[in-house]
Design a protein around this ligand. Structure first.
Ligand code: ADP
Ligand code: MG
Ligand code: MG
Length: 885
């Protein structure tokens, strides 16, 4: 197997590994692919991710084989370009680029113009006939190489450039002439010598291997690790290195560089979208050093901007580029994010990949592409990341609300967010940990800011375009972002900022609208989302392809309504205890708990019965005709008890029992380990009148709703924390008795079922026996995870982070089901339950019911439904469809 693959030029590898992302990384694979379909790609080679993994494991050494392969591959570039690396008269220059399997902002920055030194720069000046260009390239190279390979602070170079411009009375870089750059290069070399105690490396091979090492080493940088953790990227993938012949966008006014999307990444509109700069090199566009210009005439005109678009300024190169867009979209059947350079009128392709997009754009493109015949419905369903829908399921700014607009920047990532201004990433993280909503405001962002962007509700930058770091990362994270708001100026020393004429300080609240680019003072009202348009269309397709039903976890009529609008097909979990905490009822609940005997309890329960009945009545009306699983009381009773003396006194007055007696009863209820204590069905066994009251309330409400002439509800009474058949048998008999009594009184029957949660390992093991009694199972995977792992969810925060960090669990097992372990119990219980009762209904109601990976597992095991919180219902519908495809 080879560790190095070449691309471009006349020869190319036909080894499929040369186009395999896992081997050569995404960038390398797509460069090879583009070269293969005849697009103009500067020739180059890729050192594989496998070599990176090996290099890191073996302590940073290259084998002789790899060294020889690199030398041969360099020869391939030299032969294709007709120049020699290090040639003093006409040197080959290369870029060194990282490229993991997926695009990773935490990785090493690209080094351009590598191969220049004090001698070859003269050769470049002579061979190109452009001394200014040669020295501009050299100063860029020294700065980039020093920053990313040698670790010298880039501010030192930036400051020196600023001073040079000031001394000359220049405003922009383009005013610098050949001799100005040459002088600056001398200063740069001095900065390096001062920082390192040795000169800037003049040996071009030393330069090359230094850059290759830096790429590999950057895989284990802190930045990369943070990014991997946030994005669930395994640490053992490694990155590839791409070494590629330079093409020059900085050779005067017939040269340029740019980035483009084949469709609008924010809206999904089928229109080319991009930014470019004349006489510039790659990083200039993204780094926000100069404000980039519009790619197309239409977008320039829409924005009312003056500088000519590429379409107008370079019509021939633009036409060629537009043809490439069409070709690449047809080839990859997806929207592409493209990087290109024009060297003296000639177009070169430097990168393509599936473009990051907002959830809204993803939906529009998927639906449009089905219409265009580019992809089919299944591909459209599979293309949408269910979790990204979250962006669309949250409120947007109320168009009616009053807006105190401070300024308008670029609409870089949609959605609305309000929060307190913070001026650096660490502060953002700290304040977010305290539960504050914050907006991160920066001049521009860099990979060092990622943790702060993640912690913030939204991001505002003063510089940078729609393809700036801030914009790309924010879109990926689903954070609203306004970029390039040039009216914003930040004073870090006083931690204040000025927006236009307005003075603000850190901590002041602002609101961002990432869909319009508006920045507003204070908090602005929002409105709820709806499933319409492309979202609605895709959901209909998903519903056609999914097998599992999707229910919701809800206990209020408002939640029921939201969930139904989002397509819920029933309630999978209605927690009755939430209804007990109501201000009006808590006294009766406490009276019931603290009663000395059954008579006292019954008196208190009689007060609760009409309240519970009303709760269920409202829910049954909302969920007409759909199944509603109601869990009888589950938490330990002491959770309802008063704590403060004043509360005890109040209760004593209300129910006429002395404070001392009440306190003694409360003490008696204390438990050492309440999660494993007197809770769930154990309450029903010891205080049957509680469950009897709840069952009665359910059946009375069900009969009443049926009597109104509407569709009869389908109550499913669920007994929690069952471990044995006997527990369930006793309690099912109790529920059945109550049902018969109510049906007799009301003179009508409603269909109902009695079943159980499977949330203890014993219940899972004994599922065959339990199914003799239970008519349905609902996997309560929160408790099943706690009891199987022996990890208390409420105490796990202290160590779970370390566990995930060290790879003991791939993800938090309370968020994404531990399929290997807990999953076995689910699978086994489902099989044993079905063996006893073939038509047993099986569902899941833990947090996992809204997690796509867990949903895929539920499909595999053949559960009948998943149940998720109302806002996760559409996510679950899509994930269930993907799992079924
Ligand atoms: P990133 O992954 O951060 O986008 P890239 O490796 O794509 O980094 O490099 C960034 C930019 O550098 C490219 O978009 C391109 O403009 C420029 N660049 C990279 N390689 C070359 C090259 N061989 N010739 C000219 N420009 C290049
Ligand atoms: Mg970069
Ligand atoms: Mg790139």
């Amino acid at each position: 197997t080879s560790y190095v693959f070449t691309f471009g030029g006349s020869t190319r590898s036909d080894d499929p590994r040369s186009r395999d992302k896992t081997v050569v990384g995404g960038k390398g694979a797509n460069l090879a692919e583009m070269a293969g379909i005849g697009l103009p790609v500067p020739p180059g080679f890729t050192i594989t991710t496998e070599e990176c993994v090996r290099y890191l494991a073996e302590g940073g050494e290259f084998s002789d084989v790899v060294k020889a392969d690199v030398a041969a591959a360099l020869g391939h570039i030299e032969q294709a370009v007709g120049k020699t690396f290090g040639d003093p008269a006409d040197p080959l220059l290369v870029s060194v680029r990282s490229g993991a399997r997926v695009s990773m902002p935490g990785m090493m920055d690209t080094v351009l113009n590598l191969g220049l030194n004090d001698v070859t720069v003269q050769g470049l000046a002579a061979s190109s006939g452009d001394a200014r260009f040669a020295w501009d390239s050299y100063r860029r190279f020294i700065q980039m190489y020093s920053d990313v390979v040698l670790g010298i602070d880039h501010h030192l170079f930036e400051d020196a450039l600023e001073i040079a411009k000031e001394d000359n009375g220049f405003y922009a870089d383009v005013e610098m002439q050949a001799e100005d750059w040459q002088k600056l290069v001398k200063e740069y070399e001095q900065i390096v010598a001062d920082a390192l105690g040795r000169p800037f490396p003049q040996d071009v091979h030393e330069q090359l291997w230094g850059a290759i090492r830096a790429v590999f080493d950057s895989w284990d940088s802190d930045r990369a690790k943070v990014y991997r953790r946030l994005n669930d990227i395994p640490g053992n993938w490694g990155t590839a290195v791409n070494v590629q012949a330079m093409v020059f966008g900085n050779m005067g006014d017939t040269s340029a560089t740019g980035v483009a999307f084949t469709r609008d990444p924010a809206t999904g509109e089928k229109a080319y979208y991009g930014e470019w700069l004349v006489n510039a090199q790659g990083e200039d566009v993204v780094a926000g050093i100069r404000t980039p210009q519009y790619l197309t005439k239409a977008s320039r005109e829409r924005a009312g901007a003056k500088p000519l678009s590429m379409e107008e300024a370079m019509p021939a190169a633009y036409a060629e580029l537009a043809a490439v867009f069409e070709l690449l979209e047809r080839h990859y059947r997806d929207m592409q994010d493209i990087e290109f350079t024009v060297e003296r009128g000639k177009l070169w392709m430097l990168q393509t990949r599936s473009g990051k997009r907002t959830a809204k754009a993803a939906l529009k493109m998927a639906v449009d592409m089905v219409g265009e015949g580019l992809i089919d419905q299944k591909a459209a369903i599979l293309r949408i990341d269910p979790m990204a829908l979250d962006q669309l399921l949250h409120p947007t700014l109320d168009p009616e609300a009053v807006r105190d607009v401070l300024t308008k920047g670029l609409p870089a990532s949609p959605g609305a967010a309000s929060g307190a201004i913070v001026l650096d990433a660490d502060t953002a993280e700290k304040r977010a940990e305290r539960g504050d909503a914050v907006i991160l405001v920066r001049v521009e962002t860099s990979p060092e800011d990622i943790h702060g962007m993640h912690a913030a509700r939204g991001v505002l930058t003063a510089r940078g375009g729609m393809t700036s770091h801030a914009a790309v990362v924010a879109r990926g994270m689903g954070r609203p972002c306004v970029s390039g708001a040039s009216a914003v100026s930040i004073d870090m020393a006083s931690r204040t900022l000025r927006i236009g004429t307005r003075e603000l300080k850190e901590g002041d609240v602002v609101t961002l609208d990432g869909s319009t680019g508006e920045v507003m003072a204070g908090h602005v009202a929002t409105i709820e989302p709806e499933l319409v348009g492309d979202f609605g269309t895709l959901m209909v397709w998903a519903d056609v392809h999914r097998r599992m039903k999707v229910r919701t976890n809800a206990e209020t009529p408002a939640d029921c309504r939201t969930a139904r609008q989002f397509g819920a097909e029933g309630i999978g979990l209605c927690r009755t205890e939430h209804m007990f905490f109501d201000d009006k009822r808590i006294a009766a609940v406490r009276q019931m708990i603290l009663a000395e005997d059954e008579g006292g309890r019954r008196a208190a329960l009689a007060k609760l019965l009409p309240e519970q009945r009303a709760d269920f009545h409202a829910i049954f009306e909302e969920m007409a005709g759909l199944p509603v699983t109601i869990r009888l009381l589950d938490p330990p009773l002491h959770e309802f008890l008063p704590h403060a003396d004043a509360e005890f006194e109040e209760l004593s007055e209300a129910i006429g029992i002395g404070v001392a007696t009440l306190k003694r009863r409360a003490d008696e209820l204390h438990e050492f380990n309440p999660m494993l204590g007197h809770r769930g069905c154990r309450l029903g066994i010891t205080f049957p009148e509680i469950y009897a009251m709840q069952a009665r309330a359910i059946f009375e409400a069900a009969c009443d709703v049926a009597a109104q002439g509407g569709t009869a509800p389908l109550p499913e009474v669920m007994i929690p924390l069952v471990a044995t058949r006997k527990e369930l048998a006793i309690l099912k008999a109790l529920v059945d008795r109550e049902a018969e009594a109510v049906f007799a009184e009301k003179g009508r029957r409603v269909p109902y079922h009695v079943g159980t949660m499977i949330e203890l390992p014993r219940a899972a093991l004994m599922a065959g026996e339990i199914a003799e009694v239970g008519e349905f199972f609902s996997f309560g995977t929160n408790d099943l995870t706690q009891t199987t792992l022996g990890v208390s969810r409420d105490d796990a925060a202290r160590f779970l982070g370390a566990y995930v960090e060290q790879g003991i669990f791939p993800r938090d097992p309370f968020v994404s089901l531990d399929i290997e372990g807990v999953g076995q119990l689910v699978e086994l219980a489902a099989a044993r339950g079905r063996a006893t009762r073939p038509d047993i209904k099986l569902g899941i109601c833990g947090e996992h019911g809204g997690d796509p990976a867990s949903i895929a597992f539920c499909e595999k095991v053949g559960l009948d439904y998943v149940s998720a919180s109302p806002f996760r219902v559409p996510i679950a519908r899509l994930a269930a469809a993907q799992a079924a495809l």
